[in-house]
Write a protein that binds this ligand. Structure first.
Ligand SMILES: *Cc1c(COP(=O)(O)O)cnc(C)c1O
Length: 298
């Protein structure tokens, strides 16, 4: 997203009229760290809110409101749940964005809602207009609400989030450092590594840790990465990510296997890219599994 900064600016300058700027604090799967403050200033200078998907960093590691974000979203399916037991998401409104100050941009909040007795959300609820409309009108019409059972399961996960997230980060850091030293590994992408392009942004926005997800590639390319998938004993091959258990995905042989190397590169997914979501197991066990899998590539 940071690399898109120029493109965003050009779009805005050339008469494109955005209603919001949306970005991930830590992007999935590219693991880019967003310069939140910069994008908050950019969005506000055009009278629109900054919405941050904070799924990977979680509120334990990153608090986007403190850097100017207006709305935060989470896939609760990931770390918040922690055990892949229920699908869900949430929206958190800071209550800081002044919708009335930019009334022409947000008619849904600043003109009467005939489906709700002609209420004008921004007049009646002020800076709470957005989340009030989301819960009273959109939730009513679209039914985007959790079942009691899923809410119960999510709450169990939330009660240990502050214990699990530091452990994920500690383990991911050790795994990333281990991989970076391995002869067979071509590259490692994790903003906790001082060699990473986003290290300083990560230090600023998430000083206690980034997340448990790292990605890396093998010198043997797509073939070696595909082969590695068949060797794991502890690590689970799943499309899911940000789970208590260490999970792995090799897009070129799993989710994106129909695509050629050229098509993968065009889509921003390196053919050798392995996304490793480091879990909360004993890190020595995780590293041992990687070690034995890499040793079989020879
Ligand atoms: C998985 C994911 C989503 C989508 O969430 P679901 O719960 O799977 O619908 C959105 N943002 C990020 C960063 C994710 O990792």
């Amino acid at each position: 997203m940071n690399d898109n900064y120029k493109r965003e600016t050009i779009c805005i300058q050339s008469g494109w009229h955005p209603k919001a700027v949306f970005a991930e604090s830590v992007s999935n799967p590219t693991l880019v760290i967003l310069d939140i403050e910069k994008f908050a200033n950019l969005a506000h200078s055009h009278g629109v809110p900054l919405i941050i998907d904070n799924t990977f960093a979680t509120p334990i590691n990153c608090r986007p409101f403190e850097w100017g974000a207006d709305i935060v979203t989470h896939s609760t399916t990931k770390y918040m749940d922690g055990h892949a037991v229920s699908v869900g998401g949430c929206i958190v409104d800071s209550g800081n964005f002044d919708w009335l100050a930019h009334a022409d941009k947000f008619p849904g909040l600043t003109t009467p809602d005939e489906s709700y007795h002609g209420i004008v959300y921004a007049e009646k609820f002020g800076k709470g207009a957005y989340i009030t409309k989301a819960t009273s009108q959109l939730m009513r019409d679209l039914g985007a609400i959790q079942s009691p059972q899923n809410a119960f399961l999510l709450n169990i996960g939330l009660e240990t989030l502050h214990l699990r997230v530091p452990r994920h980060c500690e383990n991911a850091q050790k795994v990333a450092e281990y991989l970076e030293k391995k002869e067979e590994v071509a590259w490692v992408n994790y903003a906790g590594l001082p060699s990473n392009k986003y290290y300083s942004l990560a230090r600023k926005y998430m000083p206690d840790g980034v997340c448990g997800v790292i990605s890396f590639g093998l010198k043997g390319g797509r073939q070696a990465s595909t082969k590695m998938m068949d060797q794991f004993k502890l690590v689970s091959i799943v499309t899911h990510v940000a789970d208590a258990r260490t999970s792995v995905l090799h897009p070129a042989s799993h989710t994106h296997r129909q695509m050629s190397d050229e098509q993968l590169i065009a889509a921003g997914v390196a053919p050798d890219l392995i996304r490793l979501s480091v879990g909360i197991e004993n890190v020595e066990d995780i590293i041992e599994d990687l070690e034995q899998a890499i040793s079989k590539l020879k």
